[in-house]
Design a protein around this ligand. Structure first.
Ligand SMILES: [Zn+2]
Length: 209
């Protein structure tokens, strides 16, 4: 079973699957999603970011899900691995790209690192992986502070499509995801974790983002 299920709404799922496979972005091992949440599969989006052809396919298929009006919009992404995807989407549609700093846990902050955000800007948020979407809240805060307007969110992978959709609804955003991470068998703690039972070294997934 693949670690990432491709969104059935994607125009060319085979191209997406091939792009992901050839970059080696899917890792198998013993990973900590959070301290008490261990998983056996992780996505290293940076591997896709380093492959311009794969990234172009991913960006085009993800952006193709969006129904909003692209001209004049601005892309906002964090400076972590999501930066590559934000840059690729901006390139695809000839848009300006602004970037926020990340904190020590490599989560987006409300501090602009590069680019501009002005009052009245229509902003599309782009990131690699989101669990609920809530990690993007600081970026929404920044957009609100600047008097700009968030129109939508594009994520390479979500952990739960329903959870992400619910968050988008609450924030009144159009949200689209390319894949769903099959992290359904989350094994909290050592008692049920095969990696812990085998004594495998535990790697925080933030190492890869
Ligand atoms: Zn474990």
């Amino acid at each position: 079973m693949s670690a990432l299920a491709i969104n059935p709404a994607v125009a060319d799922p085979a191209a997406v699957a091939a792009a992901i496979a050839r970059t080696g972005a899917i890792l198998h091992g013993h990973f900590a999603l959070r301290r008490e949440l261990h998983i056996d599969t992780a996505v290293r989006f940076r591997a896709i970011g380093r492959d311009p052809d794969a990234l172009a396919v991913i960006a085009a298929q993800l952006a193709g899900l969006a129904t909003w009006r692209w001209p004049g919009a601005r892309v906002l992404s964090p400076e972590s691995a999501g930066f590559f995807l934000g840059a690729a989407v901006a390139r695809l549609h000839g848009l300006a790209h602004a970037v926020v700093e990340t904190d020590v846990r490599r989560l987006p902050t409300a501090t602009l690192a590069t680019g501009e955000l002005a009052a009245g800007d229509r902003v599309v948020l782009v990131n690699d992986v989101g669990s609920t979407g809530a990690g993007l809240e600081p970026m929404l805060d920044l957009i609100a502070q600047r008097g700009a307007q968030a129109i939508g969110v594009l994520l390479f992978a979500v952990v739960g499509a329903d959870t992400f959709a619910a968050w988008c609804n609450r924030r009144n955003l159009m949200g689209h995801h390319l894949t769903v991470a099959r992290w359904g068998e989350l094994t909290p703690g050592a008692a049920t974790c095969a990696g812990c039972a085998e004594g495998l070294p535990l790697v925080p997934v933030t190492e890869f983002s």
